[in-house]
Design a protein around this ligand. Structure first.
Ligand code: ADP
Length: 450
């Protein structure tokens, strides 16, 4: 993990670990170490361990099965699936090695929380090693639809893997519905009255826990930032976008929507500048190189066509920026353009709300396909990210919105993200997990007695 984390999972969990303590275990590419023991790292306020991956494991497990099969599949991009022989075996084997390496660290009263699509089989591997502790899973991405799951060669694995957990946390109700549908149609499952899905004699226990941010803390950070910045002329009205450069974020679509706004706007309006900060991500995967090329091309076209002396329409910055600086940028921006084509949650939308001055807030433009839409749709201007006309109209409405309306919209969004912050998320997930696990253990002991 670098100094500036730019992925929702890492940002959210780092805060939780700093406040609650515990042991964080992950994987790391390191060809100099060939054993499969965990190595301890200086984790600051909490303990960190990593299982070292060999280059072939990194290729087949991380870049391969996790990021060229599961990630596109879970984001509805089956057209990008890049299935190569041996990747599933590498994925299963890394999870098995991680379970074996972790086993000795687990004590009887530990609660185990496994995150994201890289580690779906981990609980089933730990159970094989006799671990009876509560084990929960949280999927940060969307859950795939039935038609997407059909593209998986070994679908049955999903049932084996997911049913080893006491709780499967999903971001939204949309994902819970997708999981129920997949279990029903692919595995012949049935809903039980307590929310479990029984499939072929096994139970999967899904529920939605929309991930939050440290809202109050982020608000204070934004407030404390000095007025920014020589790079942005005072008086220049600003739209901000902050995303990893991932195809699911729809950056080329966003830029085309902004281009449409430039074409549509009345010539008397002073034009907005779009500041897009796009952090590099998974650059070894071909699909990511393509989206980067496309974005650079569109930026050149739009700037070439619409730039004037003293006005550059798109400022595109391909790097991470420090979080406190980012907070100040959000606060400075009149509008946030959060337009993923599909997204598990999207923490940027929540960070933008938290960073606003409540007396003069900016406007959030939000994709209908972001998980955050379930919580923020009342206050945001909702758009279809595939439709440049929809994006253009929303930019024009946001740019001309009265302060009164902005305050009203912001207030309802702030109430939502302050109540359902990252501490709420951790607390409710872990409480449900412990409840479910206690029920399983009690049920198993009754069966043993019977
Ligand atoms: P994802 O988890 O898919 O990357 P999210 O929007 O949920 O998407 O989370 C992204 C996180 O990474 C946010 O906390 C955001 O502030 C941070 N981030 C994204 N891009 C950058 C960047 N260029 N510089 C710094 N932080 C970034």
């Amino acid at each position: 993990m670098g100094q500036t984390a730019s992925g929702g999972l890492v940002v959210a969990l780092q805060k939780t670990m700093e406040s609650q303590g515990g042991v964080w275990i992950g994987t790391k590419l390191d060809e100099s170490i060939s054993d499969h023991f965990l190595k301890e790292y200086d984790g600051g306020k909490f303990d960190r361990h990593a299982l070292h991956l060999q280059p072939s494991e990194y290729n087949d497990y991380y870049l391969g099965y996790a990021n060229s099969v599961l990630w596109p599949l879970f984001h509805g991009r089956t057209d990008l699936l890049d299935v190569a022989h041996g990747q599933l075996a590498a994925y299963a084997s890394v999870n098995q090695k991680l379970a074996e390496a972790t086993r000795h660290l687990i004590t009887d009263d530990d609660t185990i929380w496994i995150h994201d699509y890289h580690f779906i089989p981990l609980a089933s591997e730990l159970r094989k090693l006799g671990v009876q502790n509560p084990i929960g899973f949280f999927l940060h991405t969307p859950f795939p639809t039935t038609s997407d799951v059909h593209a998986l060669t070994h679908k049955r694995n999903l049932l084996d893997w997911l049913s080893a957990y006491d709780l499967v946390g999903l971001q939204t109700q949309r994902d819970v519905s997708a999981m129920i549908e997949v279990c029903r149609t692919v595995f012949g499952g049935q809903m039980l009255s307590d929310g479990r899905i029984r499939c072929q004699g096994r139970d999967i226990w899904p529920a939605s826990f929309p991930i939050g941010i440290e809202a109050e803390n982020f608000r204070r950070t934004a407030e404390a930032q000095k007025p920014l910045a020589p790079q942005i002329a005072s008086g220049q009205r600003l739209l901000i976008g902050v995303d990893r450069l991932d195809y699911s974020k729809g950056l080329p679509h966003k830029f085309r929507g902004f281009q449409r706004y430039l074409e549509d706007r009345a010539s008397s309006d002073s034009p907005l500048t779009l500041l897009q900060i796009a952090s590099p991500t998974r650059e070894d995967v071909e699909a990511y190189q393509e989206v980067r090329r496309e974005l650079e091309q569109i930026t050149g076209q739009v700037n070439g066509r619409f730039a004037e002396l003293g006005y550059i329409p798109i400022q595109y910055i391909h790097r991470s920026v420090p979080r406190d600086y980012l907070a100040g940028l959000y606060r400075r921006a009149d509008i946030a353009l959060v337009t993923p084509l599909i997204d598990g949650m999207n923490l940027v939308a929540k960070e933008y709300i938290a960073a606003q001055d409540p007396a003069d807030p900016g406007v959030l433009i939000l994709s209908e396909a972001a998980g955050a839409a379930e919580q923020l749709k009342v206050g945001a201007l909702m758009v279809n990210p595939f439709d440049p006309g929809s994006v253009s109209e929303a930019i024009q409405s946001a740019a001309s919105m009265s302060r009164e309306e902005r305050i009203e919209r912001h207030q309802s969004q702030w109430n939502e993200i302050a109540r359902h912050d990252v501490h709420w998320w951790t607390g409710t997930f872990l409480n449900s997990l412990k409840r479910n696990a206690a029920q399983r253990i009690e049920h198993d002991s009754i069966l043993r007695l019977a």
